[in-house]
Design a protein around this ligand. Structure first.
Ligand code: SAH
Ligand code: DHB
Ligand code: MG
Length: 222
């Protein structure tokens, strides 16, 4: 375990593969200045999400957990003409920072931000017949991951890609006796996959500037 090296390599990857981008950097600076926690995806992870959306040709994207909108901007930039991201955020302060970041990026027209508990907003989206979405990124509180996934499935079609962040938690996910409610949330998600024939999923462990964690990638196949 060498977190300093992971961070140094992330910096190297960012320098090599993620071109300096004033709009994305300004979004992070505004988030820091406003006192938001630095728990956004890293630049290489943001570009990974962006490329997944591009590969998939995603035109409609749902994000659960906006923070200052850094991952939202990466996803919005992957959209084709006429595309749209709906992003859900509980904290009005985070939402204000994100909204300003979308305006500064010139992407406010592509992003709809809904403030409130995601478990209140998701049924509203379903009632409004929003979706099905082409790609869904789950990155809010971890306790509710199973419920977010259930709603994500309701808002999906065959072929929808669902990505879940923070599913390894320094390896704690493999501890069947964990008492951490966030880790239990991830383990409940994995138990759902075991019973859910409509979904094919895998998880990749990651190291980097955010430490040791991972992404789950799921595709709705049925
Ligand atoms: N996706 C962002 C990071 C999100 S951090 C990025 O990578 O840039 C998680 C966010 O989820 C925080 O802003 C937090 O306020 C929000 N959140 C926590 N609980 C929530 C809930 N119940 N409903 C909606 N958002 C929630
Ligand atoms: C943390 C990291 C995240 O990516 C997230 O979405 C929430 C919390 C963390 O490191 O605490
Ligand atoms: Mg996250």
């Amino acid at each position: 375990m060498n977190p300093e090296q992971w961070t140094a390599v992330d910096r190297y990857i960012t320098d090599a593969l993620v071109p300096a981008d004033p709009v994305l950097e300004a979004a992070l600076q505004a988030s820091t200045a406003a006192g938001l926690p630095a728990i956004n995806v890293s630049p290489p992870q943001g570009k990974f999400l962006h490329l997944l959306a591009r590969i998939h040709g995603a035109k409609t994207i749902l994000e659960i957990g906006t923070l200052g909108g850094y991952s939202t901007l990466w996803l919005a930039r992957a959209l084709p003409a006429g595309g749209k991201v709906i992003t859900l955020e509980l904290d009005p302060k985070h939402a204000d920072v994100a909204r300003a970041n979308f305006v500064r990026a010139g992407l406010a027209g592509l992003v709809e931000l809904r403030v409130g508990k995601a478990l209140d907003t998701l049924p509203q989206l379903a009632a409004e017949k929003c979706g099905p979405f082409d790609l869904i990124f789950i990155d809010a509180d971890k306790v509710s991951i199973p419920e977010y996934f259930t709603w994500a499935l309701k808002l999906s079609r065959r072929g929808t890609v669902i990505i879940v962040d923070n599913v390894v938690r320094k390896g704690a996910v493999a501890d069947a006796n964990t008492t951490d409610p966030s880790v239990q949330g991830v383990r409940r998600l994995n138990a759902m996959f075991a019973k859910e024939a409509r979904v094919s999923a895998t998880t990749l462990q990651t190291v980097g500037s955010k430490g040791y964690d991972g992404f789950t990638l799921a595709v709705v196949i049925g």
